[in-house]
Each structure stands twice: as C-alpha cells, then as structure tokens.
Design a binder for this molecule. Structure first.
Ligand SMILES: Cc1ncc(C[n+]2csc(CCOP(=O)(O)OP(=O)(O)O)c2C)c(N)n1
Ligand SMILES: [Mg+2]
Length: 699
C-alpha cells in the first residue's frame, strides 16, 4: 500500500527538504527525459531527425541538480547530455523536439544547432556548444559576473561535463580560477566511465576525478552515485548551499551509466563486455527509481502509471507539432553573426576629434582611453597577465606599479581598484573564456593577451564560444568582450615567440571584429568603438608602434570614435593603390615617397585599412578604379594571408579597371628570426614594397 499524501516519508528525506510531491515530480522528469530520448531514436531511424544523443542513465543526478537550483535566477552551463536537467529547469518536450527536427521554431537555436544543444535566456540556460569542455571557463566568468551585477544576492552557476571533459586543460584552468576567486560555482561531472569508447581509467589517473581535485583549497568535493536520486539530491543540495553561503566552489562527481551508447552513431557492444553492460542495467534509474518509490510507499504503481500515460500523450502531441513545424528560411542563415541592434560601422560611431594637449604615444593613448571608458562605464573590468599595477593593492603606497608589460593598463588598478583591474593566472584560454562568460552576463570585459604569439591556447574559446554564441543561440545570448593583444615584429631580437603576426586566422572567423590601428589617434577612436559596440572585438596593438614618434597625436577627447570598416587614405595618388595596415603603413608611405622621387609620373595612393574585419571595400574600390593598379602589403606571412582575400576580390570585382596584376607583399613563409639579419630578411621592408610597386607601375 502506498502512503497517502501527507504521510511521513522515509526518514531523512525531510531533512534535505524533499517532500512527496518533489519525489513524484522527479519521477515525472526522469520518465519524460527517457521517453523523449526513445522518441528521438525512433524519429532518427525514420530519418525525420538528423542526430540523436541521449541522457539515458544520467537522469537521476540531472533531475536532482535541476531541482536544487532556481531557473531564471541561478545560471546554467549544461552539456549535450543534460536533457533531464533542462526538463527540471523548465524546457518543454516540444521545445526539445523542435530542435531535433531542425525547425525555425526551435527556441534554442532556430534550427541551427543539433538536438540537446540547450539555450534559454528566460531560464538562464546559456547556449551550449558541441565542443567538450569549452563551457567551463565561460561558466567561471558568469559566476564572477554575479559579484558585480548582484552583490547582495548569491546566484549560483552550475556547469556540467562528462568524465572525458575533465582531461582538457580548460577544466583545470576553470577549477583553478574558481578556487582563487572563491566563486559560487558547482562543477557537476557526470561520470559514465566512458568518453565514447575510452574508459575513465585511461582518461584520469586512478580513474577518479574527485580524488584528483581534493587538494584544491576551498573546493567542496563530493562523490556520489548519480543513478540514485535521493543521494544525488543530497549531494547537489549540499554543493549549492556551500556556494550560496559564499564558501567557495564545489564539485560533484556523479557515477552514472550510459545504456544507449555514446550517441546513435555509436554501438557500445563493440567495446563494452556483456557483463559490464548487465552491471550497468542493474543501476538504471529509469527502472530503479519508480521501484523505490513503490517499495517505500511513496507512490502506487497505478499512480506512476497515470503519470506515464500523461507524459506519453504529451510527447506524442509534441512530436506531431514538431514534425509540422516550419523549417528555417535559407535566407536567414547570416542573421545574428553580429549584433542586429548596434552597428559599429554606422555614423553613430563617427565623432569629430577634439584634440588637446601635447602629442602622446599610441600606448599612452590606449591607456588614456581605458581610463576614460572605465570612468564612464562601471561594468568595464580589465584583467590579464600582469595588467594590474601590483598584485597586492596595499603595496601601491610604496611601489610605482607595473600596469602591463607594455604599460598600456598602468594606473587602472590604482584608480579603479582591484575589483575592476586585476592580474589573472597565466592562462590565455581562461582570460578569453572568462571574458566571454562575463560579457554574456552584461559586463564589459576588456582583457589583455600579453603577446599575440601566446593567443593560441585561447583559440578554442574564440572560435567555438565567443565568435558564435550569438549566431548559434539565434540572438538569445551574446558576448561583446574586447580582447586587446600586442602583436607584430620589427623589434630587433623579438624572434619567433615575440614578433609574430597572424591576424588572418581571426578575420577568417565569422562573428569577431578585428581592428588594428597604426597611430595614436586611430587607436583611441577604434578602441572606444570596440568598447562601446555590441560584438566581440579583437583589438590588435602593434608593439613597434606603441612608442614611435611619427604616429603620436594629441588625445582626441573622451568621446572620439571611429566607425569600424572605414579606412583612411593616408596619401593621395593617381597611378597605384597600396592597401595596407599596421606597421606597414609607414613603410608603404616611405616606399611611395621614394618612388615618386624616381619618376615624375609615378603617384602612389596609400590606404590604411585600420579595421580588418569588416574592411572598407568602397575606399579600396574607389581608389583602384582611379589608379588601375593595386598592391596589398602586410607584415603577416604572404601565403594564405589577409592580402590573398583582398587581392582576390580586386581581381574579381575590378578586373576591367586593372592595368597590371594585383601585387602582394608579406613576410616570408617562415617565422621571425632572432638575429637582426634574419629579422630584416624575413619581415617586409621598405625596399620590398618599393620593388613590387615598381614592377606594377612598369607593367
Ligand atoms: C574538444 C572536442 N574533442 C572531441 C569531441 C568529440 N566528442 C564528442 S563527445 C566525446 C566524448 C565525451 O565524453 P565524456 O566527457 O565522458 O562525456 P559523455 O559523452 O560520456 O557524457 C568526444 C570525444 C568534441 N566534441 N570536442
Ligand atoms: Mg563519459
């Protein structure tokens, strides 16, 4: 006989706040989750959907996690297996099936993402990528943002991942940063003992992630049977309370099973023994949990059956609706690569300079702009390696302060405090990933990558998170962070790891704006636009140009902006157009002057692009129509580079105006050498520009 409603349930459950209704609700979620998986598997076999990956075996811990947190208040970074979690938070079966069929009505992505790639701005479920592990660092940024945005109320962030995810460096960077900052974040590791076919003992030394992380200061670590709902609830509740009390981060290591193989494209019988599979089946929460409810007298079999029928009907109706739902309009594909609301190429970002004071260097101009913008917008936070004046603020009474290896951030901590300008651990993925999470929450992080040469650990965050969060969530989320990076060579001795370029790797990524000023005034205008616009921006600062004398300018005022995608014609000319940017602007100017001295009829126009993505095609086209000759000049390697794209477009769209081939000058396809002899030979020099320009002029 089942206990009537209101009867005392198993001892101990009240102490963790579980009532009968909660236990029944958990059953409904677990059952619904599995049945949606089953329905999707059927639909996939009927070729009505295109991919399936299930939550089977993970439902108990996920349901517990969802029930211990507050949708719309707390924040969630789930992974692709978290169906039961998302159901518990309020995502509906219909919404899930709309994504499975790839409909335009899929509220998570408008038909852009695979099924189970969650996103719900209303519920604070942040858009999910397919990349294992990239969710950890943005989640840390999100947890950190709570400190600024809601200091009086603790919002807990939950981030989930599988056992395989914990092998990635970003997981460790995330745990490290969370412990350093004592953030209110729960890491839920759903350990089904397999990452596709690789077992956890080959993934994690000793096979237990909870054992490995035990020594992180302040991290509450619990290991739990994630197939047992009550035990899972107890552990999750403790973790969430620990975070909410401000004690620090928590990690829950939940042992689960994966009875449906990795995905429908995998067959686990190829690598799991029958004994192993049988042992897993015995622990399946889909069967065990309702059995326990009946055994404990919490529900009758008939009550559970009534719920099953209700859920089956709901899924049936949702399936019918989803199958009739509208497919995406092919013309919608480019929507939301960038902000639909704020256009940084528009005249809103065009202001007149109001110069005052003596000319200042480009690095001082950047520093001053950061000061002014931080004064204006209290949501700006600056972090990165060595950007603060001093690790311990109290020592600033005695010391002058560092403010970055190039001093671009000097004085920001002294003026705005350590909360708004601080040194991060030496971890580039963490710098960009945390900035991404903060920006998603409405902060304006302006972070620094100390040397472009070391940006590569952050590439996955750029490419798989920052750049496409808006597109993949159909404008549900965005991350308008600014990443400043010191780039470029001509340093004499900078060598292979302090002199590289590589901007075309980023201009190739849809969703990121890339700009590169060549002088102090442009640096101010472009940095301000970068900060005030609503897209992620990579702001490239040429190290050699930081302290040149020729590119100084008086500070153009606290509101000076330059729209993106607007080039500057540095020098007018009639016979050849040089399209360039960065350190090659000055070298091209010198080459142009030399050439004009050689022949009276030679007249060279030089265009500084300033903004690399978007770029100013109109100015290039207008100039080439006039001169009939074009040369693209950049510091980066010549092959597969930025110049290739511009040259191809000129050849394609302006062919009938051309009197000569389109030329390109770039670095040799090697690395920058340490010896000045090598550096000179590898990087493009004035003579190289001159030689190629002469070839085109004589053609
Ligand atoms: C960075 C990255 N590498 C590889 C993959 C392909 N892949 C998808 S899931 C997966 C295994 C993940 O295993 P685990 O972390 O244990 O999570 P589970 O799927 O078992 O829940 C792999 C290798 C990926 N999506 N991302
Ligand atoms: Mg796994």
């Amino acid at each position: 006989m089942a206990a009537p409603a209101g009867r005392q349930i198993t001892t101990g459950l009240e102490s963790i706040g579980l009532e009968r209704a909660d236990l029944i609700r958990a059953f409904r979620t677990i059952y619904t989750s599995r049945k949606i998986d089953d329905r999707e598997i059927l639909l996939k076999r009927q070729q009505k959907i295109y991919f399936q990956i299930s939550a089977a075996g993970h439902e108990a811990i996920q349901t517990a996690a969802g029930m211990t947190m507050r949708p719309g208040v707390d924040w969630f970074y789930p992974y692709y297996r978290d169906r039961a979690l998302c159901l518990a938070l309020g995502v509906t079966p219909l919404e899930m099936l709309l994504q499975a069929v790839g409909s335009a009505e899929d509220p998570a992505s408008g038909g852009r993402q695979m099924p189970t790639h969650w996103s719900s701005p209303q519920l604070n479920i942040v858009t999910t990528s397919s990349t294992t592990g990239t969710q950890f660092l943005p989640a840390v940024g999100c947890a950190h943002a709570c400190r600024y945005l809601s200091p009086d109320r603790v919002e807990v962030t939950l981030v989930c991942g599988g056992d395989g995810h914990t092998s990635e460096g970003e997981f460790w960077e995330a745990i490290n940063a969370s412990c350093l900052e004592k953030l209110a974040i729960v890491f839920l590791i759903e350990d089904n003992h397999y990452a596709i076919s690789t077992s956890v003992d080959l993934q994690t030394p000793g096979g237990k992630i909870s054992k490995l992380v035990e020594s992180f200061p302040g991290l509450l670590v619990q290991e739990v049977d994630g197939t047992d709902f009550v035990e899972s609830y107890r552990a999750m509740k403790k973790a969430v309370e620990y975070c909410r009390e401000g004690q620090g981060p928590a990690l829950v290591h939940a042992h689960v099973i994966r009875p449906y193989s990795h995905s429908l494209s995998d067959d686990e019988r190829l690598y799991k023994t029958e004994a192993e599979r049988e042992a897993e089946r015995k622990r399946d929460p889909f069967r065990r949990y309702p059995e326990w409810l009946v055994e404990e007298g919490i529900a009758t079999e008939a009550e559970l059956e009534a719920i099953r029928q209700e859920v089956d009907l709901e899924i049936q109706e949702a399936t019918e609706k989803a199958l009739k739902a509208r497919p995406p309009d092919p013309a919608s594909a480019p929507l939301y690569v960038y902000s639909p609301d704020v256009d940084p190429t528009s005249s809103d970002f065009q202001t007149e300079p109001q110069p005052s004071g003596a000319p200042i260097t480009m690095v001082d101009a950047i520093n001053r702009t950061l000061h002014d913008e931080m004064e204006r917008n209290e949501r700006i936070v600056v972090f990165g390696e060595d950007v603060a004046d001093c690790s311990h603020e109290e020592n600033l009474k005695e010391v002058k302060g560092k403010g970055g290896v190039f001093k671009a951030t000097l004085g920001l901590q002294r003026r705005f405090g350590s909360k708004r300008c601080f040194n991060s651990p030496l971890a580039e993925a963490a710098i960009v990933g945390r900035a991404t999470g903060m920006a998603t929450r409405g902060m304006k992080p302006v972070v620094e990558i100390q040397f472009f040469d070391y940006i590569w650990p952050a590439m996955m965050q750029f490419r798989d998170e920052m750049a496409n969060i808006r597109w993949r969530s159909f404008n549900g989320f965005k991350c308008p962070a600014v990443v400043r990076a010191a780039i470029g060579g001509y340093l004499t001795g900078g060598s292979i790891y302090h002199s590289q370029s590589g901007e075309s790797m980023f201009t190739h990524i849809p969703g990121i704006r890339v700009v590169m000023p060549s002088n102090a005034q442009d640096a101010v205008g472009l940095l301000r636009t970068a900060i005030r616009c609503d897209d992620p921006v990579l702001f490239l600062e040429h190290k050699k140009l930081y302290r040149e004398t020729y590119n100084r300018a008086p500070y153009p005022g606290p509101d000076y902006m330059i729209p993106f995608g607007k080039a500057r014609v540095v020098k007018q000319g009639r016979r050849l157009t040089i399209v360039t940017y960065g350190a090659l602007v000055q070298k091209s100017l010198l080459a142009a002057t030399n050439l004009e001295q050689q022949r009276e009829d030679w007249s060279v126009e030089v265009i500084d692009l300033r903004s690399l993505s978007p770029y100013d095609w109109e100015t290039i086209a207008e100039s080439v129509r006039k001169t009939s000759r074009a040369l693209v000049v950049h510091e980066d390697n010549r092959s597969w580079g930025y110049g290739g794209e511009i040259a191809a477009r000129i050849a394609d769209e302006l062919f009938e105006f051309l009197d000569a081939p389109v030329g390109r000058v770039g670095a040799l396809d090697t690395y920058v050498g340490y010896s000045p002899v090598l550096e000179d030979a590898i990087l493009p020099q004035v003579e190289d520009v001159e030689t190629e320009a002469r070839r085109l002029l004589l053609f």
